[in-house]
Design a protein around this ligand. Structure first.
Ligand code: F6P
Length: 341
C-alpha cells in the first residue's frame, strides 16, 4: 500500500513520534509512506516527500513536526477541495493519515465523505478532542507551564508580589487546570467557569496573608466580563486568536487595583508548544501512529485512533469530533480543593 501522512493545526510535542510510528509500522510490512508538507496546504499544492525509517530514527525525541504544519482549511473553497482530491489521486494513495486536532479531523471527515481512504490521529496541547481520553501534546505543554510557575514562585516570593501566568488551551481549561494543580497555584481560572472576582481576590488575600505572595494561573479562554479585549483576529477555521486578548495582563491589573498588592503577569505562549515531548506523549503518539496504520491495513477508513482507558482503538471520525472535551464538575471540584483560603 502507499500511505500519505500530514500534520495539521498548531504543532505540539509528539507529532514526530506519531509520524515515526506511521512510517515504521508501514515499512516493516513492506508499505511506503509519503509525507505532505505543511498540513492540508501541502496536499492542496502537492508538496510531498518520501519518508523512510532512517529519516525518523530518533524523531521520537524531538518537538515540532518535521513535516511542517498550517491552519489551512482545505474545504473552505471548493477549488481547493478539488485540488486536494486531485493530489491524492495523482499519487495513487491507498490511505491518508491525518494527524491533528478537531479542525484537521473535521477536514478528514469531509474527505471520508468524498470517498477517500482516510484515518485520523488526534493531537493537541489543548486536550479537547472529545473522542479520546488524552491527546498527546497536552502532557508536554502542561509540564512546561508547571516549570514556568515554579520559576515565577521564586521571583514572586522574593518580591512579595502576586504573579499571574496566562496559559493557552482555547475554550478548554485542561492546560490551566493541570498547571495550577501540578504547580500548587493559589487560584486557577478556567473557561468552564464564570469569572468570580470575589473568590479570586479572597484566594489572593489568603495566600499573601499566609506567606507574602500569590500565584495565579489563568487560561487564555476565560471571559473577565466587561470589555472582551478581542482584536477580532481569526484563523482560517474561524477561531479567535485568544492570546491577543491578554487576559493575564488584564487580570493582573485588576488584582493590583483590588488588593493593593504589587502584581505582574507573564504569558508563556508558544513556549508551551516547543521542546521534547514527555515520555507519556512519546508513548501515546507512537501507539496512535502505529494504530492508524493498522486501521488502514484492516480497511477501517473514516476512523480515528484514540486512547480509551489503557487501550488504543479506532472510533468513527464522527464520534471523535462530535464534542469538544471540557473540564467536568469532578475536575473542577478537585482543582478548587486546593485554592488558597
Ligand atoms: O490549539 C492549540 C493552540 O496552542 C491554542 O491553545 C492556542 O489558542 C492556539 O493554538 C494558538 O494558535 P497559533 O499557534 O496559531 O497562534
Amino acid at each position: 500500500m502507499r500511505f500519505g501522512v500530514l500534520t495539521g493545526g498548531g504543532d505540539c510535542p509528539g507529532l514526530n513520534a506519531a509520524i515515526r510510528g506511521v512510517v515504521y509500522r508501514a515499512h516493516v510490512q513492506g508499505h511506503e509512506v509519503l509525507g505532505f508538507l505543511d498540513g492540508w496546504k501541502g496536499v492542496r499544492d502537492d508538496r510531498v516527500r518520501p519518508l523512510l525509517p532512517t529519516d525518523l530514527s530518533d524523531a521520537i525525541t524531538r518537538g515540532g513536526t518535521m513535516l511542517g504544519t498550517s491552519r489551512t482549511n482545505p474545504f473552505a473553497k471548493e477549488e481547493d477541495a478539488t485540488r486536494v482530491l486531485a493530489t491524492l489521486d495523482r499519487h495513487h494513495l491507498d490511505a491518508l493519515i491525518a494527524i491533528g486536532g478537531d479542525d484537521t479531523l473535521r477536514a478528514a471527515r469531509e474527505l471520508h465523505r468524498r470517498n477517500r481512504p482516510v484515518v485520523g490521529v488526534p493531537k493537541t496541547m489543548d486536550n479537547d478532542v472529545g473522542g479520546t481520553d488524552w491527546t498527546f501534546g497536552f502532557d508536554s505543554a502542561a509540564t512546561v507551564a508547571v516549570d514556568a510557575v515554579e520559576r515565577l514562585r521564586d521571583t514572586a516570593a522574593s518580591h512579595s508580589r502576586v504573579i499571574v501566568l496566562e496559559v493557552m488551551g482555547r475554550a478548554a481549561g485542561w492546560v490551566a487546570m493541570a498547571t495550577g494543580l501540578g504547580a500548587a497555584a493559589d487560584r486557577t481560572l478556567v473557561p468552564e467557569e464564570p469569572y468570580d472576582e470575589a473568590a479570586v481576590m479572597a484566594s489572593i488575600r489568603a495566600a499573601v496573608r499566609e506567606r507574602g505572595f500569590a500565584l495565579v494561573v489563568v487560561s487564555e479562554g476565560i471571559d473577565l466580563g466587561g470589555s472582551k479585549g478581542s482584536t477580532g483576529a481569526q484563523d482560517e477555521f474561524g477561531h479567535e486568536l485568544l492570546r491577543e486578548r491578554g487576559v493575564g495582563a488584564a487580570l493582573a491589573k485588576r488584582i493590583e487595583t483590588v488588593t493593593g498588592v504589587e502584581t505582574r503577569s507573564a504569558q508563556i505562549g508558544h513556549i508551551q508548544r516547543g521542546g521534547p515531548p514527555t515520555l507519556f506523549d512519546r508513548l501515546l503518539a507512537t501507539r496512535l501512529g502505529v494504530k492508524a496504520v493498522d486501521l488502514a491495513l484492516a480497511g477501517q477508513f473514516g476512523q480515528v485512533a484514540v486512547l480509551r482507558g489503557e487501550e488504543v482503538r479506532g472510533v468513527p471520525l464522527d464520534d471523535a469530533i462530535r464534542t469538544n472535551k471540557r473540564l467536568d464538575a469532578g475536575w473542577l471540584d478537585l482543582l478548587h480543593t486546593f485554592d488558597a483560603r
